[in-house]
Design a protein around this ligand. Structure first.
Ligand SMILES: Cc1ncc(COP(=O)(O)O)c(C=O)c1O
Length: 462
C-alpha cells in the first residue's frame, strides 16, 4: 500500500515537482531570520522547537506577535492566520475582551491552588453546552484524554481501550498507538495491528489498546464481541481532525453509542479539536450523540493553556471520592478560567458562532468554485469554524483512505503557496484551517486569491 495517491494524469507531476522546489527556495529566502532562530533554538531545544508538532521542513516560522486575524514572523512577514494555533484561537489574537479579563485577573492574583468562582462559572457553562453534569479541569488535551482513560478503567475495572486507527489523542501511553501507523505494519483493515507511535512505551502498551477503522461500526461490534467483558472504554474523535477532516457517516456515532452501552464500555469523545470550535456544544451538539466522557482543551480557553473533562454523575462520584485520581497543581488556574469565562460567555456567543459558520461556508464555497473551475482533484470538508481542501476526488472515510486516496504532493505544495503568500497555515498535510470571530470577508478573499494562484499554476501548461 503506497502512502500517497499518485498525481492524476490531468496534472503534470513534473510541474508539481518543479513548483515545489521553487516554492521551497522562496520559503527559505523569505524566512531567513527564522532559519537563524532555528539554528539558535536547536542548541537548546531538540529540533529547535518547544513541541514536536511545531517542527517542519526546513524550519518553522518563528512568530513575533499577532492581533486579530494577523500574525507577524521574525522576518517581518505579515500573514493572515488560518492556522490559528492548531485550532485554539477562535477568539482571534489579542482579542480585547479576553485581554481585559486576563489583565483584570492578573491584578487580583493568578494562582492559589484553591478553587475560585471562575471554575464554577466555566463548569456550569460547559454543563449547559454539553449536557454532561460533572466537570473537572486539566492543562491540556493530553491530560483530558489521560483522565478519561483512567475514568473508563476505574469505572469498569477493565483494562483494554479501543481507539480508532489514525487518531491522535495526546501523548500518554494508552493512546500513543496506531496514531499514524506505517502502511507496511498496520495489518488487515478489519483487524488492524496496534502499533506504538515512537519509543518509550512499555512493551505491552499495544496489547492494551486495540484499534478499529473509523466509520465502521461493524468492525467495532465484532471487536467488542471478541473482547466481551474486557473493554473499559472506546475513545474517538466524533469527526477526525488530524488527517484533514473526516466526518462521521450517517448513523455511525449512534451505533457506537449503542454498542458501548451494550458492552458496558465507557464512551469517550475526544473533542479537543471539535469542542467549542464546531458548535457551542461541539460535535456532541452537532451530531446529537452524547458520550459518557467528553475531553476538551484548545478553543475553550481562548489561547491560554487549559482543558476540561466532562462526565456522567456516576463517573463524577469516582472522582469526588478520590478513587480515580484527577488532580493537578494548575487545574482550574484562575488566569485560565478568566480567559475561558470570557471566551465562552462573551466571545463565542450565538452571534459569534453565526459569524464563524457564515465565514466558513463562504470560504468553502470559494474553494469549491476554484476546485471546479480548475478541475482540481479535490473537495472541501468543514464544520463550524474549521474546514479544509482535501486533495482527493473521493471522500475520505478513514485513515487508510487518507493514505491511499489523498494527493499529498498537492497538499504540501498548496501549503507552500499559502505560506509564501501571506497565509499562515498549519504545517504539513494533516490539518485544517480554523477561523476566528475576528476574520473578515477581506481575509477570506485573500485566502482564495492565493488558492486560485496555486490552482492556476499547477494546472496551466508548462
Ligand atoms: C484530537 C486531539 N486530542 C488530543 C490532543 C492533545 O492535546 P494537547 O496538545 O493539548 O495535549 C490533540 C492535539 O492536537 C488533538 O488534536
Amino acid at each position: 500500500m503506497s502512502a500517497t495517491a499518485p498525481i492524476p494524469a490531468s496534472i503534470d507531476a513534473d510541474r508539481v515537482a518543479s513548483l515545489t522546489e521553487h516554492m521551497r527556495t522562496v520559503y527559505r529566502e523569505r524566512t531567513a531570520r527564522s532559519g537563524e532562530y532555528f539554528e539558535r533554538a536547536s542548541g537548546v531545544m531538540p529540533g529547535g522547537v518547544p513541541s514536536q508538532f511545531q517542527k517542519n521542513d526546513p524550519w518553522p516560522v518563528y512568530i513575533e506577535r499577532g492581533t486579530g486575524a494577523q500574525v507577524w514572523d521574525v522576518d517581518g512577514n505579515e500573514y493572515l492566520d488560518f492556522h490559528n494555533g492548531f485550532g485554539v484561537m477562535c477568539v482571534g489574537h489579542a482579542n480585547p475582551t479576553i485581554a481585559a479579563a486576563v489583565k483584570a485577573r492578573m491584578d487580583e492574583g493568578t494562582h492559589f491552588a484553591a478553587p475560585t468562582e471562575g471554575s464554577i462559572t466555566v463548569a456550569e457553562e460547559l454543563r449547559r453546552r454539553w449536557g454532561l453534569p460533572q466537570w473537572r479541569f486539566t492543562n491540556s488535551g493530553t491530560e483530558s484524554t489521560m483522565d478519561a482513560i483512567h475514568l473508563a478503567r476505574g469505572f469498569t475495572g477493565r483494562e483494554l481501550i479501543v481507539k480508532i486507527e489514525g487518531t491522535y489523542h495526546g501523548h500518554h501511553d494508552a493512546v500513543m498507538v496506531s496514531v499514524k501507523p506505517p502502511p507496511a505494519l498496520m495489518g488487515d483493515r478489519s483487524r488492524p495491528t496496534s502499533i506504538p507511535y515512537g519509543l518509550g512505551y512499555p512493551a505491552n502498551t499495544p496489547d492494551l489498546t486495540r484499534v478499529v477503522p473509523f466509520n465502521d461500526a461493524d468492525a467495532l461490534s465484532s471487536l467488542l464481541e471478541e473482547l466481551r467483558g474486557q473493554v473499559a472504554g472506546v475513545i474517538l474523535e466524533p469527526a477526525m481532525m488530524n488527517i484533514n477532516i473526516v466526518p462521521p457517516v450517517d448513523g455511525y456515532l449512534e451505533r457506537v453509542r449503542e454498542l458501548t452501552r451494550d458492552h458496558g464500555a465507557v464512551l469517550i469523545f475526544d473533542e479537543v479539536k471539535t469542542g467549542a470550535a464546531v458548535a457551542a456544544g461541539g460535535a456532541t451538539e452537532l451530531f446529537g450523540v452524547t458520550p459518557d466522557v467528553v475531553c476538551l482543551a484548545k478553543a475553550i480557553c481562548g489561547g491560554l493553556p487549559g482543558g476540561a473533562v466532562g462526565m456522567t454523575d456516576e463517573l463524577g462520584a469516582l472522582v469526588a471520592s478520590g478513587q480515580v485520581r484527577q488532580q493537578g497543581t494548575f487545574n482550574g488556574n484562575p488566569l485560565v478560567m478568566a480567559a475561558a469565562e470570557a471566551t465562552l460567555l462573551e466571545v463565542l456567543t450565538d452571534e459569534g458562532y453565526a459569524k464563524l459558520h457564515k465565514l466558513n461556508e463562504d470560504l468553502m464555497a470559494g474553494c469549491d468554485r476554484i476546485i471546479s473551475e480548475y478541475k482540481l482533484p479535490a473537495h472541501t470538508v468543514g464544520m463550524g469554524s474549521k474546514g479544509c481542501v482535501v486533495f482527493s476526488s473521493e471522500p475520505i472515510r478513514e485513515y487508510r483512505d487518507y493514505l491511499t486516496k489523498i494527493h499529498h504532493d498537492l497538499t504540501n505544495l498548496a501549503w507552500l503557496y499559502h505560506m509564501n503568500n501571506g497565509i499562515f497555515m498549519t504545517p504539513g498535510e494533516d490539518e485544517e484551517w480554523t477561523l476566528s470571530v475576528l476574520h473578515t470577508d477581506a481575509d477570506l478573499k485573500r485566502y482564495l486569491e492565493v488558492f486560485e494562484m496555486f490552482a492556476r499554476d499547477v494546472t496551466s501548461a508548462a
